[in-house]
Design a protein. Structure first.
Length: 281
């Protein structure tokens, strides 16, 4: 029997039911809440876990961020910010599952992260790295559905295919919630800031984003453009439309969109090479 919405939310909010998170996270959370803590102190905590450090550095040097020269955790914290490094640390175990069992979704997520970063830079927005991170994590709820609701996931995919509807609609019908809302629950259980959790929770419904409307609009547009490019596999059979509210929020026009599409296509060549590297290691 499919888990009820309330049961599923309890599972998501209880981090003990999720893949094991690195032990350094509690320490990192405590330090990041303390204004007197230095970047060097936090970097030392993260660096104490060599596997985690390697993974964060790998992602920090991915096309989603465009630095390619991040060589230490303290360097990553300075360039990307503590929230981004914390997000990558928290996500590391779930990304490991994506790489092994859902390569298409992993590629799609990296593509959206890279596209979100490119769009944010093109529009001259602040906090491009955090926007890229929200893009990278936007479909994390789909991974949780795979982990926690594997039987329901089969029903979701079957329903979406049979009725030719979006995955989101099928999820709502089968489990009375959807991957975006689950991603929002998860980000709150991880104590991520609203500027990351809102774009994750509302990337399919930009109007619901109240405090971080622009970031959410960027992630929405990035998601649609990556779906349209055919890069990776989000699970959708067809491309969702760009929401007018997102288009208007970012003051987009046809010429700017054409430029973005060309630049994203170039960036995806790098993302594909990065994905192949990760998979073949």
């Amino acid at each position: 029997m499919t888990k009820s919405r309330s049961d599923l939310k309890k599972i998501i909010m209880d981090t003990r039911t999720l893949p094991t998170l690195p032990n350094v996270i509690n320490k990192l959370n405590s330090l990041s809440d303390n204004e007197k803590s230095s970047v060097q102190e936090m970097a030392r905590i993260v660096s104490s876990d060599q596997v985690l450090s390697a993974r964060i550095l790998r992602l920090a040097n991915s096309p989603s961020y465009g630095f390619y020269r991040v060589s230490t955790i303290s360097n990553a914290m300075i360039l990307l910010g503590v929230n981004v490094v914390k997000s990558l640390a928290l996500s590391s175990s779930i990304f490991a599952i994506m790489e092994k069992d859902s390569i298409g979704l992993w590629e799609h997520s990296l593509g959206v992260g890279a596209a979100a970063n490119l769009i944010a830079n093109k529009l001259g927005l602040p906090e491009c790295e955090e926007i890229a991170t929200a893009g990278l994590l936007h479909d994390i709820g789909k991974v949780i559905i795979t982990i926690k609701c594997s039987e329901a996931e089969k029903d979701i995919l079957k329903l979406a295919h049979e009725r030719q509807i979006y995955i989101l609609e099928a999820e709502r019908e089968i489990i009375d919630t959807d991957h975006a809302e689950i991603g929002g629950w998860l980000s709150k259980s991880w104590f991520l800031p609203d500027k990351l959790s809102e774009p994750i929770a509302f990337h399919h419904d930009v109007a619901k984003s109240k405090n971080h409307h622009i970031k959410t609009a960027v992630v929405h547009i990035a998601d649609v453009l990556i779906c349209a490019s055919g890069f990776g596999n989000s699970g959708e059979s067809f491309v969702p439309p760009i929401q007018k509210i997102a288009w208007d929020t970012l003051n987009l026009n046809e010429q700017l969109l054409a430029e973005l599409i060309n630049e994203i296509e170039d960036r995806l060549v790098e993302v594909k090479a990065f994905c192949l590297e990760m998979i073949n290691d």
